[in-house]
Design a binder for this molecule. Structure first.
Ligand code: ADP
Ligand code: MG
Length: 399
């Protein structure tokens, strides 16, 4: 039993294939074929919905660039398109791929770049009532909390949810840098609390997605101000809820590293948590400790993002698999983000990865994580089944 979406997607694809006729049946079969062929299938299945597609990507690499991926716009399902260099059917000329519009004109380019697609072509259904206050934490520093906050926040905004991201990493604030908003921070939460400005003056609205706003606690390189603690942050969150513009759907809090005062402050107003970890023992131990502290604080809804995963290292048994991580932490999996040089590039450019076109591997993974955050029930465990017995197409598809 693995907690993944991939299996349910497989079920869905195969179910659709039987009712929708031949072409989809073969697409679905190819899905199964690649999935089965992927040597890291077990690891990949624990990747969740993205993992299945990552498996396809790797499988396809091994098979000389075949198969191609596409989206069925009508059904919002991921399909694999047959034929080496074959043309995309007309129905795929305008399909949404993880929020990116795949159009006829740039289709070729996208196809060359997009290796992994598994995205429902619909707006996710919000589970729980807004505002959902989510703290992104890890214990260890440098594992990707800020990257996760910035990108999941942007995804949620793009999915039409109102998002406020609070950079609670007071001493080493950098969420503004990742978002490219550093030059627009004139007021911070401290000035709001001191009565020197209004809350909406301290909220920086992103020009790309106007329903995304950033709130910094303090000027960069300032220490945690005396008297600023959990109560003050809770007051700010309450003030955000009561804004005349309306309550935000999500308030994401980027937590500082460690488990001292800054951490306690950041988790105080939260009712959910995302624990970011990398698949190494130091980060896992910290994540485990943090999970215990979150639970003590009454935060029961805790999910995990495994970041900087390298499948080549997992294969060589030099890195823990996502399954191992899941077993060690016992947390539901929100997302698995591969190690990707594009993350560093986007950090340095102040341009969130998920906005990058064409989409990148890590960007799509973060997007999947955002989807699952919205729809909490997509985290249900489902059974991974064997590929269907029908193998007639295998030699033809290179299997
Ligand atoms: P934290 O907020 O936990 O301290 P950051 O989000 O600032 O961590 O990330 C630390 C560094 O790791 C950044 O330079 C970032 O670009 C890099 N990084 C994060 N995730 C990935 C990834 N999946 N692949 C490659 N680099 C990453
Ligand atoms: Mg950070």
């Amino acid at each position: 039993m693995y907690s993944t979406l991939s299996a349910s997607s497989c079920h869905l694809l195969s179910r659709r294939s039987s009712s929708d006729g031949g072409s989809r049946a073969s697409c679905s079969l190819q899905f199964w074929t690649c999935h089965r062929q992927c040597e890291e299938a077990l690891t990949a299945t624990s990747y969740g919905s993205f993992g299945a597609s990552a498996a396809i990507a790797r499988g396809s690499e091994r098979m000389g660039g075949f198969p191609k991926l596409g989206l069925d716009e009508k059904h919002g399902a991921c399909l694999l398109l047959g034929g080496r260099g074959g043309k995309l059917p007309r129905m795929f000329e305008r399909a949404r791929v993880g929020g990116h519009l795949l159009q006829n004109g740039n289709r070729k380019k996208n196809n060359a770049t997009i290796r992994a697609i598994l995205q429902w072509n619909r707006r996710p259904q919000m589970a729980g009532s807004p505002p959902r206050v989510v703290v992104v934490t890890s214990g260890k520093g440098g594992v990707g909390k800020t990257t996760t906050t910035a990108n999941i926040g942007m995804c949620l905004a793009r999915l039409d949810f109102k998002v406020v991201a609070i950079d609670a990493d007071v001493g080493l604030r950098n969420l503004d840098l990742l978002l490219g908003l550093e030059n627009r921070v004139n007021y911070t939460a401290i000035e709001v609390l001191n009565g020197e400005c209004r809350l909406d003056q301290a909220l920086i609205r992103d020009k790309r997605w106007v329903n995304f706003e950033l709130l910094c606690i303090n000027k960069p390189r300032y220490k945690m101000p005396l008297g600023f603690g959990g109560k003050a942050l809770t007051w700010l969150v309450d003030a955000l809820k009561k804004r005349p513009e309306g309550t935000p759907d999500f308030i994401l809090i980027d937590c500082p590293a460690g488990i001292d005062a800054g951490f306690i402050t950041a988790i105080t107003p939260a009712n959910e948590a995302i624990v970011v970890t990398t698949p190494d023992i130091t980060s896992l131990r910290d994540a485990d400790r943090v999970t215990g502290l979150l639970e003590c604080d009454g935060i029961k809804d805790i999910k995990m993002v495994v970041n900087r995963v390298r499948s080549d290292m997992i294969k060589q048994e030099d890195m823990m698999s996502v399954l191992d991580v899941q077993e060690m932490l016992g947390l539901p999996l929100l997302g698995v983000i591969p190690e990707d040089a594009d993350v560093i590039k986007s950090t340095n450019r102040g341009y969130p990865l998920v906005l990058k076109k064409p989409p990148t591997l890590a960007g799509l993974a973060l997007e999947q994580a955002a989807w699952r955050l919205v729809e909490q029930d997509s985290m249900k465990a489902v059974l991974i089944e064997e590929a269907p017995a029908k193998r007639g197409f295998l030699p033809f598809f290179g299997g």
